[in-house]
Design a protein around this ligand. Structure first.
Ligand code: NAD
Length: 492
């Protein structure tokens, strides 16, 4: 059957999607966006970026998802290109040593593993996982592990590079790495996820290690996943080594060697920086309004901590949809709801809105805390905010950045803004190595100092060169790496 010159098979066969318009044409045939004969329109898709015009389904797992989301892989913009571009922007301002820039423009090691896992029904599934190690000149490779259907090598390269910058800006003795498995966790049972995590850890073997490369949680991974990695890793070393390897992962459950305050650390760091920005701008956070994209670890913690400052949460968007309540949304109540229902959709104390309306909501502060490339040249025009505090990695692309600058919207850039996670991971790693346990007050105090010191360094650089904070943050990071390379030279 042909529609608009395209066969049904073409669609199922993942044809290249060039424009959103093309899909509109295709699906508006049915009279309602995203509605195929016999299917029921139940909400907006957030996986495929085609927003409200694609057909989505609610599988048994209860999470809504576009039937064609895999097709959108082709539409994905390349985060790695953006990250490389940002390095070039910094290079143009401070003429760093060209050889050192050549080194930093590449990742050091890239590992792709294909591994089998036996599913609950007895079938074997082959899965693909990645670990990219960008740079370890400042210390062991360090970076999160992401479970997401759109994970690919370029995304992991980009995220690994951002980790190197983050560790360098915050003056912690780590390099940068990132990993991921190309899966959607909602497709698997708890037992299957355990097997996947353990088999992936086994496949990585000695490519991770407490003094070599230390994973942590990221999108769709959590302390439980870290506990499985820890257990698998220590089960493969000699018995007398096991208790010396507990710092092979950070973001572990407290009982398994995790740190107080690690779970909220990224969100806490974001809020410390928002407070600092507010203080510097004479802006009162009490009564200020904000919206959050992504209500997982980072987004929900930011929302709950901003509530304590007396600020008002007006709109929230996650993978299931977007909601708005101008009178305010109670972040703790919403967190309870999301825990139970898997997303913000149908939250009874707010009304549903579409993606464009979410972005256009008038608030003081916007915290993107979901995925990359959300703020583009197009969407940056929609924003009606004073500050973007980037909880997510890479939420703004270079074109979006230009628009934010032109529109005089302040930005606390990702590599500074969300560095609270890696800072407290460093604290966890230290506590494990020294067999110490710090209390929450100590962790928070040390986090505050580290992240505010980093902010001051970035601000000073921005003032010196009269540049934006993102470029300044890159300059701070690269300068530190340049010193180390210059002192040590290049072997042999
Ligand atoms: P998470 O899995 O806990 O939460 C992700 C959230 O994003 C969920 O609410 C999900 O529904 C939402 N989401 C996913 N796709 C979306 C889409 N297309 N539109 C809107 N919402 C969408 O992940 P997290 O750990 O909170 O990470 C969020 C971001 O913060 C990522 O960019 C991650 O790399 C970054 N980050 C996380 C940490 C950390 O410590 N967890 C540290 C630094 C940076």
């Amino acid at each position: 059957m042909k529609k608009n010159g395209r066969s049904k098979k073409d669609r199922a066969g993942l044809i290249p999607i060039t424009t959103t318009k093309e899909w509109k044409l295709l699906y508006f045939q049915h009279g309602r966006p995203g509605l195929e004969e016999g299917s029921e329109f139940i909400g907006l898709c957030r996986y495929c970026e085609l927003r409200d015009i694609c057909a989505i389904s609610k599988p048994e797992s209860g999470v809504w998802r576009c039937k064609y989301y895999k097709a959108s892989v082709r539409k994905k913009t390349n985060l790695y290109e953006n990250v490389t571009r940002q390095l070039e922007i910094a290079e143009d301002i401070v003429h760093f040593d060209r050889d050192i820039c050549k080194i930093l423009a590449e990742t050091m090691n890239e590992l792709i593993v294909h591994f089998p896992v036996k599913m609950d029904d007895g079938n074997v599934k082959m899965l693909t996982g990645y670990r990219v190690q960008h740079n370890n000149s400042l210390g062991p490779y360090k970076g999160g592990l992401r479970f997401h259907p759109l994970v690919d090598i370029d995304e992991i390269r980009a995220l690994a590079t951002l980790m190197t910058w983050k560790s360098a800006i915050t003056n912690i003795p780590f390099g940068g790495a990132k990993g991921g498995i190309q899966i959607d966790p909602v497709d698997f049972s708890f037992e299957e996820l355990e097997k996947i995590t353990r088999r992936f850890t086994f496949a990585l073997g000695n490519n991770i290690g407490p003094e070599y490369d230390i994973p942590a949680p990221d999108v769709n991974t959590n302390p439980q996943i870290m506990a499985w990695i820890l257990d698998t890793y220590i089960s493969t070393v000699a018995p007398n080594e096991r208790n010396r390897c507990i710092h092979v992962v950070t973001g572990k459950p407290i009982e398994s060697g995790g740190s107080q305050g690690r779970n909220k650390a990224t969100g806490q760091g974001v809020v410390f920086l928002i407070e600092k920005w507010a203080k510097d701008h004479g802006f009162n956070l009490k009564g200020a309004t904000y919206m959050v994209q992504g209500f997982g670890n980072v987004g929900s913690w930011v929302a709950r901590l901003m509530k304590k400052k007396g600020s008002k949460l007006i709109a929230v968007e996650d993978v299931t949809g977007a909601i708005l309540n101008k009178e305010g949304i109670d972040a703790d109540d919403l967190a309870e709801y999301v825990k139970e229902h898997g997303g913000v959709l149908d939250y009874p104390k707010a009304k549903p809105i579409n993606h464009e309306n979410f972005l256009g909501t008038k608030v003081d502060i916007f915290i993107p805390a979901a995925l990359e490339n959300q703020i583009t040249a197009e969407t940056a025009e929609l924003l009606n905010v004073k500050l973007v505090a980037e909880g997510a990695n890479g939420p703004t692309d270079p074109e979006g950045d230009k628009v934010l600058q032109r529109r005089k919207i302040d930005v606390i850039p990702d590599i500074l803004c969300n560095s609270g996670g890696v800072i407290v991971s460093y604290f966890e790693w230290l506590q494990n190595k020294r067999s110490e346990f710090w209390d929450l007050e100590e962790v928070d105090r040390k986090l505050h100092k580290k992240i505010i010191d980093a902010y001051e360094r970035v601000l000073e650089t921005a003032k010196k060169f009269r540049i934006d904070l993102r470029t300044a943050a890159h300059i701070v990071a690269i300068s530190r790496l340049e010193i180390v390379y210059t002192e040590r030279g290049i072997f042999p």
